[in-house]
Design a protein around this ligand. Structure first.
Ligand SMILES: [Zn+2]
Length: 65
């Protein structure tokens, strides 16, 4: 299994899509908790980092550093 590398402003795909039908989330805050924002409806959620790592499927768009 490949390592999950992600960073601020990356757009990621999660294992479960948001109820609005979109499965693209932008990372808007990195820390002990990760805050992601749904690209479809703008809803944002905060997830502990270890849980995020488990639930994240892949990076769709890598942010420019
Ligand atoms: Zn949504």
């Amino acid at each position: 299994m490949e390592a999950k590398v992600f960073g601020l402003n990356d757009v990621v795909e999660m294992k479960k899509q948001h109820p609005c039908g979109t499965n693209a989330w932008k990372i808007i805050r990195m820390g002990a908790d990760i805050r992601i924002k749904c690209e479809g409806c703008g809803h944002s959620v905060m997830i502990p980092r270890n849980e995020f790592t488990k639930k994240m499927k892949k990076v769709l768009v890598k942010a420019e550093s």
